[in-house]
Design a protein around this ligand. Structure first.
Ligand code: SAM
Length: 342
């Protein structure tokens, strides 16, 4: 990442930011979708006709993208977009976060001063954008690669699982569908999320799932020693009341059960963050969303993504859990998953 004797070229950085914004706009308004479908190389007029948009704006968008090296310019004023459909869809969607973060700026500006509010809750369009990364096929891959190895630690088909901080229940429902003999609970303190999850549950008509609107730090009393697995997927770094949540996880896990916390694989130590593109993606998102969310509420500790893998692990151990190595993965390597047992 470093250019010019160990330093970033700031001029290039700002221009690349503008290019990313224009690329994201092209994805959001449908120019890229039409570009994928049209016979390439095409003229600005052909693309304008295909999109139903004004040719002059399409020309300016195309030229911006030519200047940034994304669109290729050919003879006879023709243009092509030399990327695969899946690259364009993944990164086009990614770039649409820029205007969403810009819209969140007034909230961030309000919490920054010492005398400002502590934090703020989720911004709907940001959650929708994040949800766009969790297509059914992505969730299946997540289950195969990151959840099944945890299930292998305690093999049985009729397990009880708690998805703590389930959000809209996308993962909860997929797990329940994949393991019809299991009993799956999803809880979240956010009423809108649980309403969405229940609506989806009605559509899918699964009988082995229950959603409850309760905070993770106040689980039902009758759940003591109840679950074979408790998963916290993208929850701990976002949540307020992390100590309360881990205390409750310890109570509701069976003595031979397993907990698994999944968070962005970012180190707790600044010196380990240079040139790591995962940190470059997640830390800005945390500044705008995870950190203020984890500072909202009366006892938010303010962890965010920057809390990092090593310190999250220490926190889990402080709650009396033993860390469990899964497969060949060394637990000292910064990673997304932390598996633990009472
Ligand atoms: C980034 S979302 C992840 C949602 C879901 N697990 C997924 O991966 O789609 C984090 C979730 O944690 C929930 N959360 C925050 N604080 C919580 C708490 N104290 N107890 C339980 N859930 C909490 C939020 O409401 C939100 O739905």
């Amino acid at each position: 990442m470093a250019e010019q004797g160990g330093r970033r070229n700031l001029d290039k950085l700002v221009k690349d930011g503008l290019s990313a914004l224009v690329f994201g706009v092209g994805y959001k308004v449908g120019i890229i979708e039409h570009f994928i479908k049209i016979k390439q190389p095409c003229t600005a007029q052909e693309l304008a006709q295909q999109t139903g948009m004004k040719e002059r704006y399409i020309q300016e968008w195309l030229n911006s993208m030519v200047a940034s090296g994304i669109v290729k310019s050919h003879a006879d004023d023709r243009f092509s977009l030399p990327y695969s459909d899946s690259e364009l869809k993944t990164h086009g969607h990614g770039a649409t976060v820029l205007p969403i973060l810009s819209a969140m700026l007034p909230k961030l500006e309000a919490v920054l001063p010492n005398n400002g509010p502590r934090g703020y809750g989720y911004h709907g369009p940001f959650l929708e954008w994040w949800g766009g990364y969790h297509k059914p096929e992505d969730i299946q891959i997540w289950i195969n690669e990151l959840l099944l190895p945890v299930f292998d630690l305690k093999p049985s088909s009729d397990f009880k699982l708690l998805d703590l901080g389930c959000g809209y229940g996308r993962y909860t429902l997929m797990i329940a569908k994949r393991f019809p003999n299991s009993t799956v609970y999803g809880i979240d303190p956010d009423r809108k999320s649980i309403d969405e999850a229940n609506m989806q549950l009605q559509k899918e008509a699964l009988s082995n799932v229950n959603f409850l609107c309760v905070p993770g730090e106040q689980l039902p009393q009758e759940w003591t020693e109840n679950f074979d697995f408790v998963i916290l997927n993208d929850v701990l770094h976002d949540a307020y009341a992390v100590d309360g949540i881990l205390t409750e996880v310890r109570r509701v896990l069976k003595s031979d059960g397993f907990g698994a916390a999944y968070d962005p694989p970012v180190s707790s130590y600044s010196a380990k963050l240079t040139d790591t593109d995962i940190a470059q993606l997640y830390l800005p998102l945390s500044l705008f969303s995870c950190l203020p969310m984890s500072l909202s509420g009366p006892y938010g500790e303010g962890y965010g993504v920057g809390w990092g893998y090593e310190k999250r692990r220490e926190k889990i151990e402080k709650h009396g859990f033993r860390l469990v190595k899964v497969g060949d993965m060394d637990i000292d390597v910064v990673q997304e998953r932390i598996v633990f047992q009472k």
